[in-house]
Design a protein around this ligand. Structure first.
Ligand code: ADP
Length: 395
């Protein structure tokens, strides 16, 4: 007497089972993420499932395998599950990251930062590479084009933004219409037809000694507070001066403002470039897009016109190539940059030298690359595919 076996599931039914398998890092199921290919089911109940991992050595491989087996093998018509492992192409990886970013955006809570503002976090692998100088000058150069630019100084251990912009007034809180508790009012400075709105974590601590005791988590909380409790009002851009090297703030930002783009500042030295790669790697893991690399302290040109690459050369370009991002520009070493920061008048505001020109050029390319927010806001455009197209042009 032949034993009656349950019929094997169809390929579509297996795909449905796979929709229950979630990649915990990417926050979505393996079918919609494009990781699972079409399952092949043979009449004897053998199910072959092609799975493409984002990278070959993906640490989640074992877990994904277990999840697939436990979902599919329990079907009475399945005799065996065979997984064919593969690796995604660069294009496929980009599409997956775009989708993961989209999911993160959908899940993020509200902040006081208006949705229309493009958020750029300025990061570096280590201190002293000129990250704060780049932040203030870039903010000033963008504001000079007529935009409202928020500057959040999250570099608690080296807070210098208020001094560099000549705005060191204490922050005040005020009751704002439509809110139930007082909001922190940023300090403002006009630049041409634009405006800078500045808040600094440095304004939260008594002195730099106190700042040294701050832990990453405390800092993340402070940044969270600035994002939630500052009355930013109208804002076209928000530039965040990140603390060097710490992952906590970056992870917090990725959770609260997943649309944040990272700009990585490095010097031309290869040692700086190596540490900067870590910042880029962290960005990838938290799905933040790297908008580009800025090389600072590129070279020094003496009064006779001879150029000296004091800190080596090519580090910015090498980093940009390595992480697949654009080299946005190279800022030379100029006394005017340091003097401008010391006097509270960034060189980008009224400087005439090469550094000022380079900051203006980078500001232009950032403005040009900013996705038109209207194209993201309309209801019909709020599909992952439409966003994917928009974002892909910027990945
Ligand atoms: P970070 O924020 O990375 O710690 P800073 O922006 O505070 O670095 O810069 C460190 C020092 O280098 C400051 O004294 C600053 O004025 C100086 N500096 C930064 N960039 C330049 C430049 N392109 N030319 C000359 N001096 C610079």
């Amino acid at each position: 007497m032949s034993e009656r076996r349950t019929a094997p599931p169809t390929s579509a039914q297996v795909a449905d089972m796979l929709r229950a398998v979630i990649d915990p890092e990417l926050g979505d199921n393996i079918v919609d993420l494009g990781m699972a290919g079409e399952p092949i089911v043979d009449p004897n109940g053998l199910v072959t499932i092609p799975i493409k991992l984002t990278i070959k050595g993906c640490p989640l491989r074992a877990q994904i395998k277990k999840d697939i087996e436990s979902r599919v093998e329990t079907h009475p018509g399945v005799t065996k599950v065979k997984i064919e492992w593969g690796e995604m192409t660069a294009d496929e990886r980009t599409a997956v990251m775009t989708r993961a970013r989209w999911n993160a955006r959908e899940q993020a809570g509200d902040t006081a930062v208006p949705n229309s503002a493009r958020v750029l976090a300025i990061a570096s692998g280590k201190g002293g590479v000129g990250k704060s100088s780049v932040t203030v000058n870039l903010a000033a150069a963008i504001a000079a084009k007529g935009f409202v630019v928020g500057v959040l100084d999250a570099d608690i251990w080296g807070f210098s933004i208020p001094r560099m912009l000549g705005i060191s007034d204490r922050l005040e809180a005020q009751r704002v219409e439509g809110t139930d508790k007082p909001k922190i009012i940023p300090n403002e400075r006009k630049v041409g037809s634009g405006l800078l709105k500045v808040v600094s974590t440095g304004m939260l601590v008594e002195d730099e000694g106190t700042a040294l005791m701050w832990r990453g988590l405390m800092l993340t909380k402070a940044v969270e507070q600035f994002l939630n409790d500052v009355h930013w009002g109208q804002l076209d851009y928000l530039l965040i001066d990140m603390p060097p090297g710490t992952g906590d703030v970056q992870m917090g930002l990725a959770r609260m403002l997943p649309r944040t783009d990272l700009i990585i500042v490095t010097t031309p030295a290869t040692s700086a470039q190596k540490v900067a790669i870590r910042a880029a790697d962290m960005a990838r893991r938290s799905f933040l897009r790297v908008a580009g690399v800025i090389e600072n302290m590129s070279s020094f040109t003496c009064e006779h016109g001879t150029e000296y690459p004091l800190f080596g050369s090519g580090g910015g370009e090498a980093l940009a190539n390595e992480i697949g991002a654009e080299l946005l520009g190279c800022i030379p070493i100029e006394n005017a940059v340091a003097a401008g920061s010391d006097s509270g008048n960034p060189v980008a505001i009224d400087g005439t030298g090469e550094a000022a020109r380079e900051f203006a050029k980078i500001a232009n390319s950032i403005i040009e690359s900013t996705v038109s927010n209207e194209s993201l806001a309309g209801c019909s455009a709020r599909t992952p595919e439409a966003v994917a197209v928009q974002v892909k042009t910027r990945v």
